[in-house]
Design a binder for this molecule. Sequence first.
Ligand SMILES: *Cc1c(COP(=O)(O)O)cnc(C)c1O
Length: 231
Amino acid sequence: MTIESALRATRERLAQAEAAAGREAGSVRLLAVSKTFPAEAVREAAAAGQQCFGENYVQELATKAVELAELGLEWHFIGPLQSNKTRPVAECAHWVHSIDRLKIAERLSAQRPQNMPDLQVCLQVNVSGEASKSGVSPAEIPALAAAVAALPRLRLRGLMCIPEATDDLPRLREQLAVLPQLRTQLAEQGLALDTLSMGMSADLELAVACGSTLVRVGTAIFGGRTPRHPA
Ligand SMILES: *Cc1c(COP(=O)(O)O)cnc(C)c1O
């Protein structure tokens, strides 16, 4: 399957998921996760109309963003971020989904170039409680959200999660329900968020049914990945 046809099939899946969930057509954004795939694959997807791309590794994001600068794409950083690697992200990304502590947000805020638009950010929530998972526990989100929202040159847009890899549907639903619950809680606190980043190739229908506004899809668009980086 070409990237163009895989992209068309994924958009169709997303449209059906929106309809099945009673959501407005076009209300869920599709982020194409291009990690580990070459710049050429991104060009192909861009030629088929895809505008926003997700990357997990800082160096790979920086390289592709520079190489493909003339395409005017929107870059989302979705991977774990160490504090000594924030600068290229602050300088290349339009969005960061994986803020999991204040220190990272403070560095991005300080390093965001003055001449660029605000960096759009989401807080990553650990919805499964697994110790191995990145993200902040739901109980810590209100304080972190208030602190991040107060930083200059960042704009707090929402929440992101990666649920447990399980076939247990009720369990998945329960984990995906955490983000909309937190959004309601934050709205009561006076923080209005418009983005819930959840859903990947395997679970995008369920995520849309649970209120996702942005799905991050890699495999279904670009095919299987051969791991290049250690997990
Ligand atoms: C790789 C990745 C995705 C895409 O996963 P697929 O199963 O390939 O669709 C989404 N989100 C994050 C954070 C990822 O690291």
